[in-house]
Each structure stands twice: as structure tokens, then as C-alpha cells.
Ligand binder design. Structure first.
Ligand SMILES: [Zn+2]
Ligand SMILES: [Zn+2]
Length: 237
């Protein structure tokens, strides 16, 4: 049995920031990490309304995010709702697009996206080979646009690092994305430090963003999905 490198008492079950930690210390490290993000952002105040935006495939992260955010800022007495978004499509970009658009309609001050670092790294690989606009614009702790504050508390935390709370397994309907995701997870089991190098790769994509959903786009003002919606709204009937 490997001993936790923080408390030197209990059995280590996961690695966080290069240290082997037990269940108790692992939880504490993640809560502290999210607490730092909340305080550094200066966006949270007492009694703020927070919405966790969840599509079915992110389901296992919903209650966990609520628990972590609540604990991370226990003095704020945040009012946290889990908001389910139903998407009938399989494509990962369609799913994210719907989550963003639905989140923008909410009155909550803070909108939480359930993206983890393993998800974002898989998404980076997926986006390289795709011609689609992409949502790597959300691969950071806070994204503010159109008077919306999007908080991505787990952008640098992988599901492996969440083992102190629960063993999480995510499965994606988008077959291509699911393959990349499974490969990423198995590869990174041994090379976990790579999770933290991908942020610099995201700079490759930086440029214009869609005015409605904040996706990175190559040209124009809106992404193809928002363009479609706007065109259908302006059609004279
Ligand atoms: Zn420990
Ligand atoms: Zn858009």
C-alpha cells in the first residue's frame, strides 16, 4: 500500500498536482483549488444564484460540482441549481452549443460548465481534425461575454483527480469523440502531467469568437449554428 504524501497516514488513491493522496486529502485539495478560483475571480458575492448546466452525458458531474462549489465557498451561501439541458443530437459541438445557448437564457448570475481537463484535452484533439467552429474558448476558469459569467471550475482538474469523491465514468454518444476520450484517459493514466500542458496548445485556436455562443470561428460574426438560428428567426412569415 502506498501512503498519502500529505497526511502520511492513509492509503493513497489518486495523484493530484504530482502528489499521491488519500481520499480525504484528495477531496480537500480539489475543494481548495476551486476555492482559490472563486476568490481570485472576484465574481462571487453572498447569496448569488449559480446554475450548473448539465446535459445528460455530463450527468455524473452534476451533484459533485454542486457539492464542491458549495464547500469551496461555504460563507457565500450560494443558491445552486442543477439545470438540465436536453439535446437530441449526438455531435459534441451541437451538445455544447445547446448548453451555452440555454445557459444564456437563465437569470442566474454565474453559469457553471461541467468541463474537466480530460474532456477539454480530448476536445482539443477532436477539434484539430475537424473543420467545425470550437469551444476551446471555454478552456479557462472564467469566460465572460454578453453579460454572462461562465465558470469552469474543473478546467484543470481531471476525473482521475476527482477519485476522492467518486469514480466517474463518462460515455459520449459522439462515437468519434468517445474514441478520442477513451484513448486520452488511458494514455494519461500514466502521463497525468500532460493534462497541464494543453493550455498552451489552445492558443493555436485563439482568434475570432461567435457573438452569440463564443465559439472560436474563422470568419464572420457568428458560428454556423448561430447563423442558422438567426436566419430562421429573421425569416418573414
Ligand atoms: Zn492523506
Ligand atoms: Zn455561435
Amino acid at each position: 500500500m502506498e501512503i498519502c504524501q500529505r497526511c502520511n497516514k492513509r492509503e493513497a488513491i489518486t495523484v493530484i498536482g504530482g502528489r499521491k493522496l488519500c481520499e480525504y486529502c484528495a477531496r480537500d485539495e480539489i475543494i481548495k483549488r476551486v476555492r482559490r478560483e472563486i476568490y481570485d475571480s472576484k465574481q462571487f458575492s453572498y447569496n448569488d444564484k449559480v446554475a450548473i448546466i448539465i446535459e445528460e452525458e455530463f450527468g455524473p458531474l452534476s451533484a459533485l460540482l454542486k457539492f464542491i462549489i458549495d464547500k469551496a465557498c461555504y460563507k457565500c451561501k450560494l443558491i445552486i441549481d442543477e439545470v438540465k439541458v436536453n439535446v437530441q443530437k449526438d455531435n459534441i459541438n451541437d451538445i455544447i452549443w445547446n448548453m451555452i445557448i440555454e445557459a444564456e437564457k437563465l437569470q442566474h448570475k454565474i453559469k457553471v460548465l461541467p468541463f474537466t481537463s480530460d474532456f477539454l484535452l480530448s476536445y482539443l484533439i477532436y477539434s484539430i481534425s475537424s473543420q467545425d467552429s470550437n469551444y476551446l474558448s471555454f478552456a479557462k476558469v472564467m469566460t465572460i461575454f454578453n453579460n454572462n459569467i461562465f465558470f469552469i471550475p474543473l478546467y484543470s482538474t481531471s476525473i482521475n483527480e476527482l477519485k476522492g469523491f467518486a469514480e466517474i465514468k463518462l460515455r459520449w454518444r459522439d462515437e468519434m469523440f468517445n474514441k478520442i476520450y477513451e484513448w486520452t484517459l488511458s494514455y494519461l493514466q500514466e502521463n497525468y502531467e500532460l493534462f497541464h500542458t494543453f493550455h498552451s496548445s489552445i492558443k493555436l485556436f485563439q482568434g475570432k469568437t461567435c457573438k452569440l455562443c463564443n465559439a472560436f470561428i474563422n470568419e464572420g460574426e457568428y458560428c454556423q449554428r448561430c447563423n442558422k438560428i438567426l436566419a430562421s428567426l429573421s425569416r418573414p412569415y
